[in-house]
Each structure stands twice: as structure tokens, then as C-alpha cells.
Design a protein around this ligand. Sequence first.
Ligand code: GRF
Length: 198
Amino acid sequence: MVDVNKKKINICVLVSGNGTNLQSIIDYEKAGKLNSGKIVLVCSNKSKAFGLKRAEDNNIRTCVFNSEIELIDVLRSHDIDVLVLAGFLKILTPEFIDNFKNPIINIHPSLIPSFCGKGSYGIHVHEQALERGVKYTGATVHYVNEIPDGGEIISQKVVPVLEDDTPATLQKRVMKEAEWIILPEAVESVSKKILLSK
Ligand code: GRF
């Protein structure tokens, strides 16, 4: 039964760097497409993360945390229903995942199960894809469980690898043509599922 008083669920986004994936969700929300959730908080383990500035520029509350205990407290105090990892580079412990209890989703810059798991993050993922010589790569949104990049896949989008690609040009294309598209859509679909389950 949908709680009519709670039109939208509370979303918290975790960032560690530039925050372009966060920006894609902010833009999606500003375009009026985020019908089931609202970004109420952006947190980072890095006080200089540019993603925090993107949040502040859009009047979204921010926080910097130094431990998982601090993070759990701030998520609880803001009644967060779903946690979105968007360019967040720390591996959350099984204890944290168990403690938080609500869904956690992550964007990974490859077609899982290729080029994922421990050590496969950021630009390294694209270096591995070029090294292997794949003709297609892409991005994956998945639920987070205790296995790094091992949770249930929510959505994926394919991107071609070009002859003259470098890790940097490939990363940019995967972000532009895959990550920034499927992440906001997945945030809406997961938020809708949570809202309908309330
Ligand atoms: C992106 O490729 C993301 O998939 C990876 O980190 C990169 C930077 O993301 N996890 P952002 O610009 O900080 O969102």
C-alpha cells in the first residue's frame, strides 16, 4: 500500500570524486523524471570530492564521513530508503551492508561479469577492456552485496570500442553513452519498487 503522505522515497548518493554520475541523477530529477524518489543527501569519504560541490550547488545536503559507523548514523537520521554508489571508490563491508538493511545500488563501468571485482575500478576497467581487445563494453547498474560487483544486475548498456580508443576516450564514451543514462533510470525504477512496497 503506497503511503500517500510519503510521495517520494529518500535517496542518498555516495561519491568519491568528480560526481558526473551524481550530476546525471540531479539533472534527471530537475527534468522531472525522478517520480518516485528525491535526493536528500550526498555523502563522501573525501572532503574535496567535487561531487559535494555539485550537491551544494543544487541545495542538496552533504556530509563527509570518516567511518562506516558515522555513515550509518547519518543515513538513519535522514531516514534513507536507498543508497546509490556513484563513482564511490570504497568497498563497503558486509557488516555495513547488513546493518543498513535497505537496498544499495552501484554503477560499474563495464558489462559485468567482465572486468569487475577487486582492483577493477575507474580507468583500470577501461585499460583491462582495451588490453583484452573486446569490441564492445558498457556499464552495469547492480545491487550491492558482500561480493564486490557481485550483486544482482539491474540494467546494462552496451558501448562500442573504437580502433583508436585510449582508456580515457573509452571511459568518457562509457560514461556519456551508458552510465549517465542507465543510472538515473535505475534509481527511478528501484525507488518505484521501494515506494510500492511500503
Ligand atoms: C565512473 O566511470 C564510474 O563508473 C566509476 O568512477 C568514474 C567516475 O565517476 N565508478 P564520477 O564522475 O565520480 O561519477
